[in-house]
Each structure stands twice: as C-alpha cells, then as structure tokens.
Design a protein around this ligand. Structure first.
Ligand SMILES: Nc1ncnc2c1ncn2[C@@H]1O[C@H](COP(=O)(O)OP(=O)(O)OP(=O)(O)O)[C@@H](O)[C@H]1O
Ligand SMILES: [Mg+2]
Length: 447
C-alpha cells in the first residue's frame, strides 16, 4: 500500500519522469501533469496528498496553481521547485502557503526528507482533527444516554434548534431528562459561553418569582431593601431556563408574555424599561394543553412558548435504553464511591427491564446509586433491587398472566379495565377497544 499520492507538476518531461521514478521507488503513488491546468484537473478529480510543482511554467505558474488550489478550499501541501537564482519567488510562494521549496537541480535526499516530514506532519494534523471530531461527537450531548429511536429523535431536534434563539418548550414526565436537554440546547449553541440561568418557577411565591425574574426596585414591597437585578438581566446574551413553567400564576404569565413579545421588561416597582437578549427554554411535567383548556394557563403565552416542543419519552417507552443507562450509572457511581463494580448480573438486568419506572430515568439512577453503595461484590446481584418485586408489572393490576391465561380471560380483563377507566361508558370503551358497542354488550352478558 503506497502511503501517499504525490503529484509532480513540471513542464520539463525529463524532470517529471526522473522525479516520478524515484518517488515510485520510494513507495509513493505518483501522478504527473505537464502544466498548471492539467494539474488543477488532477487535484480536483483524483486528489493528491502532496504537490511538487515547478515554480516557472508557461501558462499557469506554480504560484498561481497554489492560489487556485487554495481558492478551491483544498489545503494540500505544496513543495515548490525553483531554478537557482529565483529564490525570491520561492519565498513569495511560501508566503502564499507553500510548505517549502527546493532549488533545481533537485537534491534527491533533501527532497525525500522534506516529503517525509511534510507527510508525517499532515498525518498528525489529520489524526488530531479526527480525535477532536470524535471527542466532540462523544461529548456533544455530554452524559446524555440514548440510542433508542425516541432519544435519537430528541438529539436531532436539539441539534437543529441549538444554533437558533427560538423558544423551546420541553415536556415530559418527572425524571425524563428535561433539564438535561435544556442545558444541552444551551451548551451546543452560540450562547454556550454566556450565562445559563435556571429558575424553578414552582418553588417560589408569585411575588418572589416576579422579582427573581425581573428584579425589583428598592422599596417596591415590604422587605425590598435594595434594588435587585432579575435573572433576565443576569442572563443577558445567554439562556434562561424556566422550569415548572406550568405552575406560574396569571400575573407572572402576563409579564412573561410581555417579555416574549418585545424582549423588554420592567423591574418590579420600577418604570425603567430594560431590553435584553435572552433565549428562553421552558419545561413542564404538566399537560399544558389541558392546563390551557382548564383556563389556568394563557393560550397566547402557550403559543409563544410552544414554538418548538420537545417531548421527552417516559423510560417505559424506551426500554431499549435501560442497559446503556444502567452501565452509565454503574460506572458513574462506582467511580464516585471508589468501588470496583463493573456491571449488574443478568437476572438483575432482567428485573430492571421488567419494571415500569414511574419515576423514569431519575428513579433508575437512584436505584443504581443505592445498589452500588450497598454492593460489595464486583457484579451487582438481583438482591440489590428489592423494590422490583416482579409484581409491579401488569400482573400488579390484577392482569392475567401471559402466557398462562386463556384468551377469554385476557379479553374479559381488557374490557373490564377499559370500562373502569371511562367510568362505565360503554360507547367510549367500545371506541377505545375498537369493537362494536353490540359486541361489548354481548360480552358483558356472557361474563
Ligand atoms: N438520557 C439520560 N441519560 C443520562 N442521564 C439521564 C438521562 N435522562 C435523565 N437523566 C438523569 O436523570 C435525572 C433526572 O433528569 P432531569 O432532572 O433532567 O429530569 P426532569 O425531566 O427535569 O425531571 P423533573 O420534571 O422532575 O424536574 C438526572 O440526574 C439526569 O442526569
Ligand atoms: Mg427538572
């Protein structure tokens, strides 16, 4: 295998042939061109790892060939060959980006050393770049695990929205990773070096939240002894993450809507208008559609927030990620606790795979942390997950065992549970089960 392809460009046939012969003997692939135009053709169509070009050629000279190659965005290294006495133009070529030059007649040993050096240097640069790319890929979503199609779709959306300043709403059950995704959007965007400010809206009373977000002027309410900057001011140029947005009161909703409309706000108790450049990401584990329908959340604000929505899937809907998450958390907590624990046993993993994870990834993480702390072996056994009893699955609902039950029992169970869920409304149950109302009535009689 030749280690590199070298293109020799020279209008003198003898030089071309002599150099080609030597370089081929050294084990390189050699291409030749008699002028700059032909050389451009070879460079763009076949590619070369190094170009050895005569400086003086009729038509397009070596320097022009170099410039045109760079204009095409190609950074192949050039070595210029120049006749004795025209060293100035060779220096000029180096200023324009040639790696080096040789005077003619070419000293073969010098040529070989230069080529080796340049190619070795290139290889290092290429390897370093590959390493960086790999690292970037790996840490692009630092510590966010997910090879399931659902998570891959989430990552794709994050990649698409991160560069923009569009408002993003992240929804999903508790513990599904909403906060993790919010910070990934910030980290992967152009604001990454600017502030990322998180506010838990549910934790604060209305007054406190408003002054937290927008700041307040001294004396604006009892206890406001000093003027205070709000989080929006502090986040200028960066991102603000409003967690539990579904919990904010109507008054705060109005203020937030105002901000989203014109990026301006006033401090509580103040009349000076502040204008900031802040990207907003919001999260909620509530069904905002429902909260809006109930009248507890302004529809106009909902539309403003909902420019891009990311729905975090519950863990039970992406169970294929469980083994990866388990490995990730075992490694994380083994390191944190200085323990030499590598994995969980197959039956422990089977138990983890059978559980429904109402607390999602957070529950899994906590369970693994606890197991790592308790475990003194290298492999975490099934007994370290006592919470998973094996009856948390569908059987816990009284569902007939599958396999082990007749189709009739399973059908009966499905009809009963559906009816219960819809308060005995047979029409609705028939719709959900996709069977006719008559069939439900008939089955009920049968039971
Ligand atoms: N895909 C994932 N990969 C690795 N860790 C994850 C993943 N998803 C969630 N986690 C971890 O699970 C825990 C809960 O995640 P996070 O706080 O982002 O959830 P949340 O959706 O904001 O929950 P809540 O609604 O309760 O605030 C965190 O410790 C987080 O690091
Ligand atoms: Mg959260």
């Amino acid at each position: 295998m030749p280690e590199a392809t070298i293109l020799v460009v020279d209008d003198e046939k003898n030089t071309r042939e002599a150099l080609s012969k030597i370089l081929r003997e050294d084990g390189y692939d050699v291409l030749t061109a008699a002028d700059g135009y032909h050389a451009m053709d070879v460079i763009t169509h076949e590619g070369a790892d190094l170009i050895l070009a005569d400086l003086k050629m009729p038509g397009m000279d070596g320097i022009e060939l170099l410039s045109r190659t760079r204009l095409k965005g190609l950074d192949v290294p050039f070595v210029m060959m120049t006749a004795y006495g025209t060293v100035e133009s060779a220096v000029d070529a180096m200023k324009k980006g040639a790696e080096d030059y040789l005077t003619k007649p070419v000293n073969i040993e010098e040529l070989e050393i230069q080529i080796k050096r340049i190619l070795a240097h290139r290889k290092l640069l290429v390897e370093a770049k590959q390493l960086r790319d790999r690292l970037r890929d790996k840490y692009k979503f630092e510590n966010i695990i997910g090879s399931s199609p659902q998570m891959q779709a989430v990552f794709k959306t994050v990649e698409q929205v991160a560069p923009s300043r569009a408002t993003v709403l992240i929804t999903g059950e508790s513990g599904t990773g909403k906060e993790l995704i919010a910070s990934a959007i910030h980290q992967n965007g152009p604001r990454a070096d600017n502030p990322y400010i998180k506010v838990s809206c549910g934790a604060l009373s209305e007054n406190l939240l408003e002054s937290e977000l927008f700041g307040h002027e001294k004396g604006s309410f009892t206890g406001a002894l000093f003027t205070r900057q709000g989080r929006f001011e502090i986040a200028d140029g960066g991102t603000i993450f409003l967690d539990e947005i579904g919990d904010i009161t109507p008054s705060t909703q109005v203020k937030l809507l105002g901000f989203l409309q014109d990026k301006k706000f006033e401090r509580v108790g103040g009349n000076k208008t502040f204008s900031v450049d802040v990207r907003l990401i919001a999260a909620t584990n509530k069904d905002l559609d429902k909260v809006v329908a109930e009248g507890a959340f302004r529809q106009d604000l909902y539309y403003r927030l909902n420019v891009i929505t990311i729905k975090m899937p519950p863990l039970r809907e992406k169970m294929s990620d469980v083994p990866l998450l388990v490995d990730h958390f075992v490694a994380k907590y083994a390191k944190e606790n200085n323990k030499d624990i590598r994995s969980v046993s197959p039956d422990a993993l089977a138990a983890l795979m059978s559980y429904r994870w109402p607390g999602n990834v957070r529950e899994l993480e906590n369970m693994i942390e606890r197991a790592v702390v308790m475990c003194n072996e290298r492999v975490i056994g099934r007994q370290y997950f006592p919470v998973i009893t094996g009856t948390d699955g569908p059987e816990a609902l009284g569902m007939p065992a599958i396999p082990g039950s007749s189709l009739e029992d399973i059908e009966k169970f499905a009809i009963q549970k559906t009816l219960e869920a819809v308060g005995g409304n047979r029409t609705r149950a028939a719709e959900i089960l996709k069977i006719s109302l008559r069939k439900i009535q008939y089955k009920l009689k049968e039971f």
